[in-house]
Design a protein around this ligand. Structure first.
Ligand code: ATP
Length: 207
């Protein structure tokens, strides 16, 4: 059993995330992708993000029609900050026989040294499935100076570059620019229904 773990803030989940997960499933021969919604992301301390219950509803809507995509509540069921290394440890306990492949975008791989105990994380996972991202050049030799063994663990996923980010979608929404087709239709419907991202930096709460 090979399981992809895909952690993120998903505020909102967009087609870049879905392309990454779908291609990883196919190219890395995964049996399923476990999406771990990070309730309290260490990298986004001090930033305003939508409440976790709202993001959970958006993610459920985004993944509902694909049985290979499941949401793991492992980061929602414990207090933050939520470090990937702890999540992987817990999932190893839950899936002792599985190979766990951590899925990330190229920007996240480039910044991996800033994560909590990146060497331990690298040692724990069977590999990293990486989708390149515009503007995020990766120098694996440089990375390997801080994280020995990383090179052998990285597998790039072959996809077109997708220049879409959640922050760009929130900015577009706040500015009244179109963003509809950056999202799965059911997520767009919820964003409108919940009246999210009306202004950048505003806390959003489902009523
Ligand atoms: P934000 O713009 O708010 O920082 P984001 O679009 O980067 O959000 P996250 O939920 O923070 O979304 O990302 C979860 C994971 O998905 C990260 O590993 C990130 O690198 C990856 N990712 C997101 N968008 C893309 C994309 N367009 N191409 C490749 N990887 C992506």
């Amino acid at each position: 059993m090979r399981i992809g773990i895909f952690g993120g803030t998903f505020d909102p989940p967009h087609i870049g995330h879905l392309i990454l997960a779908a291609e990883a499933l196919d190219q890395l021969k995964l049996d399923q992708v476990l999406w771990t919604l990070t309730a309290d992301p260490p990298h986004k301390q001090g930033q305003t993000i939508s409440v976790v219950e709202t993001r959970f509803q958006l993610l459920q809507a985004a993944l509902a029609d694909n049985p290979a995509f499941q949401i793991s509540q492992v980061e929602m069921d414990r207090p933050g900050p939520h470090y990937a290394v702890d999540t992987v440890r817990i999932l190893q306990g839950q899936y002792p026989l599985a190979e766990l492949i951590y899925l990330i975008g190229g920007d996240s791989l480039r910044d991996l040294v800033t994560w909590h105990t990146p060497r331990t994380l690298t040692a724990l996972v069977a590999g990293f499935g990486v989708m390149r991202r515009p503007g995020a050049d990766i120098d694996l030799d440089l990375l390997a100076r801080d994280i020995p063994g990383i090179t052998a663990k990285v597998q790039f996923i072959d996809t077109p570059l997708v220049e879409i980010s959640a922050s760009q979608i929130r900015q577009r929404a706040a500015a009244g620019q179109p963003y509809r087709y950056f999202l799965p239709p059911q997520v767009f419907t919820l964003v409108k229904a919940f009246d999210l991202y009306r202004s950048v930096g505003t806390k959003t709460v489902v009523k």
